[in-house]
Write a protein that binds this ligand. Structure first.
Ligand code: PBG
Length: 332
């Protein structure tokens, strides 16, 4: 017997794609300016900025320039800016004391931004790597990155940032117990409204290379971060980490890197339904920009498509170096 073939398709899914208006009407996910957190590199000096070679379009900025950038970001409607200090070898010590100095670069920048652009939320990074002589996120004793002594230092760093006026603390160190310790300190030191966006599922990734150049960590780092950052082969562990960080007092959680870990974003969002962010890290930015510079990809299209992917994967927002460029397009 000959198979019977229907004279027309039973379902025409192309009907909803036939015009821009029907596509707009039936589109499930969209990306908005409200979804952006802009990571910015702060350096010493005044009225100056230097390009980061491996991140075309990104510069390290002096504190006054960071304040100007914050005004621009606020005007564009970007809800938050995230600070990372550039530190040379001279700022790095064994005891990492600069990390909790009320006058370190991050804390200077927090105060300058609060003055210049009071409505933008300020996020920080909590980890010892900018000030550690060996580039690690924690203290190193006999080759081991020690956990509990590091957490005590991270608490001091967190309090210094909260004192300076930070709105969102971002512990990126991956030590165990740091969220509980920081939350407890914030509560006891009258910073109960300071939020914690935990770098919860942070993988030991090769995509951080350009960032380590941008902050001056590449030459300092000895060895790798595999004993504290997550193994790229794991995703169940991400759920254990999210559960742990939420129970310890995190308000929002992050998956990092972003594009190679969208499966983790989706699992986390489905399992917990809490504010979930992804970090489109330096290497992701660098690879897209490299292709754009070669004329192999269209810059605006590839940028916006990459950002939309995070929303489709369940994220509420994205830390991305594309933030100002994306905001300009979204505001058109
Ligand atoms: C360090 C930190 C890193 C990034 C953010 N905070 C690098 C690392 O863990 O070595 C990477 C961000 C990026 O690549 O854009 N605590």
């Amino acid at each position: 017997m000959k198979p019977t073939v229907a004279p027309f398709p039973a379902t025409r899914l192309r009907r909803n794609r036939q015009s821009a208006s029907l596509r707009a009407l039936t589109r499930q996910h969209s990306f908005s300016v409200d979804d952006l957190i802009w990571p910015v590199f702060v350096m010493d000096g005044t009225d100056d900025e230097t390009p980061v070679a491996s991140m075309p379009g990104v510069t390290r900025k002096t504190v006054d320039r960071v304040a100007k950038a914050a005004i621009e970001a606020q005007t564009l409607g970007i809800p938050a800016i995230c600070l990372f200090p550039y530190t040379g070898m001279e700022a790095r010590t064994e005891d990492c004391a600069m990390a909790w100095d009320p006058n370190n670069l991050t804390n200077q920048a927090i105060r300058a931004i609060k003055d210049a652009a009071p409505d933008i939320a300020i996020m920080t990074d909590i980890a010892l790597d900018p000030y550690n002589i060996n580039g690690h996120d924690g203290f190193v004793e006999n080759g081991e990155i020690v956990n509990d002594r590091t957490v005590e230092a991270l608490v001091k760093m967190a309090l210094a940032q909260a004192d300076a006026g930070a709105d969102i603390l971002g512990p990126s160190d991956m030590m165990d117990g740091r969220i509980a310790a920081i939350r407890h300190a914030l509560e006891t030191e009258k910073h109960q409204n300071v939020t914690i966006l935990s770098y919860t599922a942070k993988y030991a990734s090769a995509f951080y290379g350009p960032f380590r150049d941008a902050v001056g960590a590449s030459s300092a780092l000895t060895g790798d971060k595999n004993t504290y950052q997550m193994d790229p082969g794991n995703s169940d562990e991400a759920l254990r980490l999210v559960e742990r960080d939420l129970s310890e007092g995190a308000d929002m959680i992050m998956v990092k890197p972003g594009m190679p870990y969208l499966d983790v974003c989706r699992r986390v969002k489905d399992a917990f339904g809490v504010p979930t962010f992804a970090y489109q890290v330096s290497g992701e930015y660098a690879m897209l920009q490299a292709a754009v510079q070669n004329g192999w990809l269209n810059d605006e299209q590839v940028m916006m498509e990459s950002l939309l992917a995070f929303k489709r994967a369940g994220c509420d927002g994205v830390l991305t170096y594309f933030a100002p460029a994306a905001a300009k397009i979204l505001n058109r």
